[in-house]
Design a protein around this ligand. Structure first.
Ligand SMILES: Cc1cc2nc3c(=O)[nH]c(=O)nc-3n(C[C@H](O)[C@H](O)[C@H](O)COP(=O)(O)OP(=O)(O)OC[C@H]3O[C@@H](n4cnc5c(N)ncnc54)[C@H](O)[C@@H]3O)c2cc1C
Length: 456
């Protein structure tokens, strides 16, 4: 059996690794010139950087053992340090009420507490709708925190109003402490609470891309092929198998595992899918990211792994400091700019983006323009699946239709339009491999609409 895997991110590589290890012929087709997808480490002209902060964490011991056991992988355990810059102060991330109240100007802290309590009272007589991010967050945190941080940050990240964002995004990613817990933590901030903020994560020495590098070399070592800088142009059903149109010819295979953006995949499938499915797929939108890496002379002060910047004075929405992940990396900061592919920020040349970034970096006390030794830019058009209000209906229609296409399976962050972490994509890839062998089902194992992965 020959299996084609579309995309060499962690999902595609994990599927390909599982299949080649079991003796199958596998060809991975990847549009970039390197493996790793969003979890790549970019290495070019003196630069080595991850695409934003990537910490490996998983509650699945099999996945942890698998990654730890990959050749050449040296997983370090690090204590997370991450903060939010707001009102010219630093707040702990994740947010903790005692820290917010002790750091906040008094009048704002009191206002926030009152709005939180008012929201709890309102919940008894006029509960808010729970479909939108806005309704979900307001009812749990009150208007004070919503207007100060949660609304501006999410507007910047997603490019849409919180009222048009699905509550699924919040319920999958925000942990809500109980009211009693909040009060207890505020009045008696315990050592336990402080400890829980300093969570740990794992990071491979040499960059997050070491995981995909190890997977890719394992695949080729076992006889699999990786075709880089290649995009499929069309997918045709061919009896019991597939014919894949490539820029330089055709490839025949018996099964396809897809991990590229689901709406690109549906376009490749063309007439194999009905019109209403194509309509739903075209309504699934992705948020893009531009990464600007600034190489510096001298050290960078903060010990944070990353810092969120929700305020408009910063064009970037987050920055990360590579050396705090791996001391062997040069002094550099990776800035992330959330945008839409093709918009003004997306098209900004790197020197102009640097000019727009320096005032923010100076304001944060990170560096001044005379410390800049080099700059690199990288753009990714499909960074985040956008959970707008009708996304779930559209995803369900598309994924259900794809289930009926024989000899194929779709998975991964892009392929399932699911806000995956790395471990989810690795696990999904492995399940997709088992599915083409008739031994498991991705959809049964991963109910994409279930809130079971709220650990990010
Ligand atoms: C800024 C940022 C920070 C993150 N931080 C963390 C973190 O701290 N911890 C964590 O666990 N996860 C994190 N993630 C998520 C993690 O990166 C992803 O979940 C994971 O890498 C997704 O893997 P994937 O294979 O499913 O998708 P991708 O990595 O997106 O892989 C898809 C692959 O398909 C390729 N492709 C696309 N179109 C085509 C085409 N037409 N033809 C051929 N190939 C194509 C792409 O180039 C890519 O290689 C972060 C993500 C981002 C964006």
């Amino acid at each position: 059996m020959k299996i084609a895997v579309l995309g060499a991110g962690l999902a595609g590589l994990s599927a390909a690794e599982e299949l080649t290890r079991r003796g199958h012929e596998v060809v991975v087709i990847e549009k970039e010139p390197h493996p790793g997808g969003l979890a790549a480490t970019i290495k070019r002209s003196g630069f080595e950087y991850d695409l934003g902060p990537h910490r490996f964490h998983t509650s699945n011991s099999e996945i942890l053992d698998f990654v730890r056991g990959l050749p050449g992988i040296d997983l370090q355990e690090l204590k997370r340090v991450s903060r939010i810059r707001l009102l010219d102060r630093y707040f702990d991330y994740p947010l903790a009420l005692s820290n917010v109240l002790s750091t906040m100007p008094l009048h704002r802290g009191v206002g926030m507490m009152l709005s939180f309590l008012a929201e709890k009272v309102r919940g008894f007589y006029a509960p808010r709708e729970q479909q939108s991010f806005e309704g979900w967050v307001l009812s749990r945190f009150g208007r004070g925190l919503f207007e100060l941080y949660l609304a501006p940050y999410n507007k910047k990240l997603w490019g849409i109003e919180p009222s048009r964002l699905s509550a699924d995004w919040a319920s999958q990613r925000i942990t809500v402490p109980s009211l009693v817990g909040l009060i207890r933590e505020t009045v008696f901030p315990s050592k336990e609470t402080v400890r829980s903020l300093i969570s740990t994560f794992r990071y491979p020495r040499g960059g997050i891309g070491e995981i995909s590098r190890a997977l890719a070399s394992g695949i080729t070592g076992m006889g699999g092929s990786l075709l880089y800088s290649k995009e499929p142009l069309g997918l045709e059903k061919n009896g019991n198998g597939w014919r894949i149109a490539l820029p330089d010819g055709h490839m025949e295979c018996s099964k396809i595992i897809n991990t590229i953006p689901v709406n690109r995949y549906t376009r490749l499938l063309g007439d194999l899918l009905p019109e209403d499915v194509h309509r739903s797929a075209s309504r699934l939108k992705f948020r893009a990211l531009v990464f600007l890496t600034v190489l510096l002379d001298g050290n960078i002060e903060p010990s944070d792994h990353w810092i969120y910047t929700s305020e408009d004075r910063y064009l970037f929405n987050r920055l990360s400091i590579s050396r705090n992940f791996d001391p062997n990396v040069p002094s550099q900061v990776v800035f992330e700019y959330s945008c839409q592919a093709g918009d003004e920020v997306w098209n900004m040349p790197k020197d102009e983006l640097l000019r727009s970034t320096i005032p923010g970096a100076e304001h944060l006390g990170l560096f001044s323009s005379d410390k800049v030794r080099g700059v690199d830019i990288c753009r990714r058009s499909h960074a985040y699946p956008i959970y707008n209000l009708d996304y779930a209906e559209n995803v369900a229609r598309v994924l259900n239709a794809l289930e009926d296409i024989p000899d194929s399976v779709t998975c991964g962050r892009q392929g399932m339009f699911r806000y995956n972490n790395m471990d989810h994509s690795i696990e999904m890839g492995k399940f997709a491999a088992l599915e083409v062998l008739g031994e498991a089902s991705v959809k049964t194992h991963f109910n994409w609409n279930e809130n079971t992965w709220a650990d990010g």
